[in-house]
Design a protein around this ligand. Structure first.
Ligand SMILES: Nc1ncnc2c1ncn2[C@@H]1O[C@H](COP(=O)(O)OP(=O)(O)O)[C@@H](O)[C@H]1O
Ligand SMILES: [Mg+2]
Length: 249
């Protein structure tokens, strides 16, 4: 089976510093794939490089077997691959209503039937149409992240790149948003690549994961291996200890 997303020997270099050093991953269609590792290990850089937001200096990125050229991404790419970031404040324009925020991607991609699509998108993320003409500051953090997810889903992508999508949220809200993500992945047969510093989240959400350090992969694991502590590297074991709420007796 052709991987939905294949990253082969990918490097990102900033002023001689390898933020990403020859990283390779293969993500199957419909799979949820995790990236974990200490702060600064290159997790966001990997997602950003795929999304065309970081300069690639070596390696190949393939979507459904087709190699992307350079760092530029065309419209067709963003129809297929969408990103959700940690901070829903930063990614939602403060002066636009939710309606406008959801209309924009539809306009960019020339997708019609916008009224019905916006209503359906808000419904899908558990926000009724009552939210449609509100502004981001009138929403809670969890509701804003639901809007960010709705905005990503409204163009009907097949791959979501999720960079700490719930890290800014309270624990209870975090669980709700993770459940929402899991549900839309199943309903829409989406492929996820998800960054989290919370190993509990990754074991819950992902089938496989890589552990990153200094821009490189130090270990590849199944969620089960992580959950049962069946890991080889001390670095991974230390991450497990550092990850809040993960270590069980
Ligand atoms: N635009 C940039 N310019 C220079 N260095 C960067 C840039 N983006 C990231 N880096 C560096 O690359 C490394 C990896 O960063 P990042 O991918 O954000 O780590 P993580 O998401 O795992 O915390 C860090 O050392 C960071 O400082
Ligand atoms: Mg990051």
């Amino acid at each position: 089976m052709t991987a939905a997303l294949a990253v082969d020997g990918l490097s990102v270099v900033y002023d001689g510093y390898y933020a990403l050093d020859a990283v390779s991953i293969d993500v199957d269609r419909g799979e949820s794939f995790g990236l974990v590792g200490e702060s600064g290990s290159g997790k966001s850089t990997l997602l950003r490089a795929v999304g065309g937001l970081a300069p690639v200096s070596g390696g190949v990125i393939r979507i459904d077997g087709e190699a992307l050229k350079g760092s530029k991404r065309n419209k067709a790419f963003y129809r297929q691959v969408q990103m959700v970031f940690q901070d829903p404040y930063g990614s939602l324009h403060p002066r636009q209503t939710i309606d406008r925020l959801l209309l924009e991607p539809l306009a960019i991609h020339g997708i019609g039937d916008s009224d019905a699509r916006i209503a359906r998108a808000l419904d899908e993320v558990g926000l009724g149409s009552g939210f449609r003409f509100r502004y981001p500051h009138q929403l809670s953090g969890g509701q804003r992240q639901r809007v960010a997810i709705a905005r990503a889903l409204i163009v009907e992508p097949s791959i979501l790149l999720l960079d700490e999508p719930t890290s800014a949220l309270d624990a209870s809200v975090q669980a709700e948003v993770l459940n929402l993500l899991e549900q839309v992945r199943r309903d829409r047969h989406l492929t996820f690549v998800m960054v989290s510093h919370d190993l509990g989240v990754v074991t819950h959400m992902c089938e496989r994961l890589v552990v990153m350090q200094n821009g490189a992969i130090v270990e590849r694991l199944s969620a089960k291996e992580l959950a049962t502590g069946d890991v080889k590297e001390d670095y991974t074991r230390n991450l497990m200890i550092a990850s809040r709420g993960f270590v069980r007796n």
